[in-house]
Design a protein around this ligand. Sequence first.
Ligand code: SAM
Length: 284
Amino acid sequence: MTLLFPMNQPPSPGLYIVATPIGNLGDLTVRAADLLRAADLVLAEDKRVSLRLLAHIGAKVPMRTYNDHSDTADREAIVGRLASEVVALVSDAGTPLISDPGYKLVRDARIAGHNIVTLPGPCAAVAAMTVAGLPTDRFLFLGFLPPKEKARSDTIAEVAAIRATLVFYESGPRLATSLASLAARLGEREAAVARELTKMHEECVTGTLAELAGRYAEAPPRGEIVIVVGPPAEATAASEGDLDAALQAALAAGASPSRAAAAVAQELGVRRKRAYERALELGR
Ligand code: SAM
């Protein structure tokens, strides 16, 4: 059964963004395998890594390196081929462009007006969220935290008040330090450490940030890791009385209901919608 190209036609020329497995070769989609076999050129982050994948599916396709060291001239050369050739971009694992190279190439191909097609598939950040048991209605993907303490702490402080689940990529040796920084800046939040997803030693350990920091300080883990941190709890201290008092003060000072709600929501850590609806009621 071939579901891949419309009417069994070969793919049209253009740039194809192809997600590949993050540990389990069985996760390569049928469509990705067919596209890679049909491609004129595969752009690989590391040709040795992608060669194993291509050999697994019996694809014999010319390869070219495309990674963070690729420059404008490399991109121009690739974009020059997109009008007449099927060019597939893969990264070592997972979805290209997600903490991986590719965005500038897609931008340039788009500016030049070429056909750009995505073949979605595995992505460690999304896979981790599916097993963490934390809210998924709003999330913020932050990639790798900076290695230097000050920059790491500043990055965490920047997102501390955001009402969303936070998702980070991490390595085993740095896990405990990052968890400790997150615990220090974000406090008692629920979190999950998803490790080696889709591989033999896959696991997902949950707990508060402080518990997880303690656990991994004692035994730094091996392998590839995603940290998922639940959103801040709605400030319990912000009772109806606190909210009313703060809103009334802001309204009395001449703020519109919208401005008063924005300021008070930020100050008390309550949802802006809740503050706005109450501000309207108080303003009547
Ligand atoms: N583009 C990839 C994706 O879509 O997930 C991510 C590339 S990024 C350079 C590599 C990081 O992704 C690893 O350091 C780790 O944090 C995370 N990662 C990749 N594979 C993973 C796996 N099987 N289990 C947990 N985390 C993984």
